[in-house]
Design a protein around this ligand. Structure first.
Ligand SMILES: [Zn+2]
Length: 282
């Protein structure tokens, strides 16, 4: 009832890379922690590190979903080291990391993605409610998918404002770096995608709330070069694993870091292909 047959997992191209199910209250292992937490232990409270990490990832590609009463958090990424970092940082809340390969992509390469998923937890339901309530007054069209995620106002973030840890997770999942003149390191600008006006306003508000002066440039909101340096110092100059290129000091370093990330991704793809080629195993 709890897990599908492995044959089905194979045809769907799903392979579990990591799993965690230890209850921090009683230190026992469980297949379904959310079920265990309905019994004697009760769900432990999310700590500040977990809440700020989740908030930052939700500003980017993170997602809170699930049909049950309590929700889980999920993040999909191209970069395995980044998935593993998120898994480690989420601590006991993290349930698993799964590599997903679309069967249609089998002949193209590399085409894997990595999904980090948490255990269902009532604290995440609150986070989802909070996201929905932050949509109040938005110009969302009627009938728009409920999965469409709006960015919160700064005051709606956990702790009441943007912190360096929230910013760090946000930059890791949704930030970009570019150089208007690649030969000059001083032309480096950080940016966040924001095609819709409502999203751009929220991105601007978040950055302005910590004293930055972003500008809108087409489908992006960007920071001027000096403030880009200030932003990266504020969120921590030590790059998040898997996305080090988003912390590069100059364009050459950026290209090298991006190439390294792609090379690792390609190597993992071919290792996977060789591993499944002969034996149908993992
Ligand atoms: Zn327990």
């Amino acid at each position: 009832m709890t897990t599908g047959p492995s044959g089905q997992e194979q045809t769907q191209g799903r392979h579990e890379l990591a799993r965690r199910g230890r209850c921090p209250e009683c230190d026992d292992e469980y297949e379904r922690l959310a079920g265990h937490w309905k019994g004697s232990c009760g769900p432990p409270t999310l700590d500040r590190r977990q809440r700020t990490l989740l908030a930052g990832l939700l500003l980017g590609d993170g997602h809170v979903g699930g049909n049950g009463e309590t929700k889980h958090f999920q993040l999909s990424t191209r970069w395995r080291p980044f998935a593993r970092w998120v898994f480690a940082e989420l601590d006991w809340l993290a349930a698993r990391v799964v590599r997903i390969t679309d069967a249609r992509d089998e002949r193209r390469s590399p085409a894997q993605r990595y999904v980090v998923r948490t255990h269902a937890h009532p604290g995440l339901s609150h986070l989802r409610e909070w996201y929905h309530s932050s949509e109040a007054g938005s110009d969302a069209a009627a009938g728009e998918s409920s999965d469409t995620k709006r960015l919160p106002a700064p005051a709606d973030l956990p702790g009441g404002g943007l912190t360096s840890r929230i910013g760090r997770a946000w930059h890791a999942t949704a930030g970009s770096l570019a150089w208007s003149a690649p030969e000059y390191a001083t032309t480096r600008q950080a940016s966040f995608s924001a095609e819709a006006d409502a999203r751009a306003e929220r991105v601007m508000a978040l950055l302005e709330s910590v004293g930055l002066e972003p500008t809108r440039a087409g489908k992006r909101v960007q920071l001027p070069p000096k403030q880009t340096t200030g932003w990266l110092e504020w969120i921590g100059t030590d790059p998040v694993p898997g996305v080090a290129y988003k912390w590069a000091a100059d364009h050459e370093e950026y290209q090298t870091a991006k190439r390294d990330a792609e090379a690792l991704r390609a190597r993992l793809w071919y290792e996977r292909a060789m591993g499944t080629g002969g034996s149908d195993g993992s």
